[in-house]
Design a protein around this ligand. Structure first.
Ligand code: FES
Length: 128
């Protein structure tokens, strides 16, 4: 459902629960447990910036500030054009390349503040 619609709304969840023969509540428990499943609308590109200890120590806060400034949003918000949603995430398992960032299926790191413009511009260019 998320691959097709970008996020999982209540109707998607109810339909999937019927197909799988599960209760909607059980399926919702799964959907809300995994932080890569979205139960609220998100932008076309979800930017997940790790805020766990290795990335924090290696400067994730400065990277986050640059990312939010570049996109003109705060953490948890979506750009007005619907292209990007910025979310924090726990360890991406890419600690040896901290600070780490995941956009869709692309894993980046180390992401320094000066890398942000190039990464975001490249992703925007892919859509044209
Ligand atoms: S702490 Fe950030 S990737 Fe592990």
């Amino acid at each position: 459902m998320q691959e097709r619609f970008g996020w999982i709304n209540d109707a998607h969840l109810a339909h999937t629960a019927r197909v799988l023969g599960m209760s909607q509540a059980d399926l919702d428990g799964i959907a809300t447990f995994f932080n890569l499943l979205f139960r609220k609308p998100v932008g076309k590109n979800v930017v997940m910036l790790c805020d766990s200890v290795s990335c924090y120590i290696m400067g994730a806060e400065q990277t986050r500030e640059r990312l939010c400034k570049k996109l003109g949003v705060k953490m948890g918000e979506t750009t007005p054009d619907g292209e990007f949603t910025v979310l924090p995430i726990v360890c991406l398992g890419h600690c040896d390349h901290a600070p780490a960032m995941l956009i869709g299926r692309d894993l980046f790191g180390p992401v320094r503040p000066e890398d942000i413009d190039g990464i975001i511009d490249e992703i925007r260019a892919r859509k044209k």
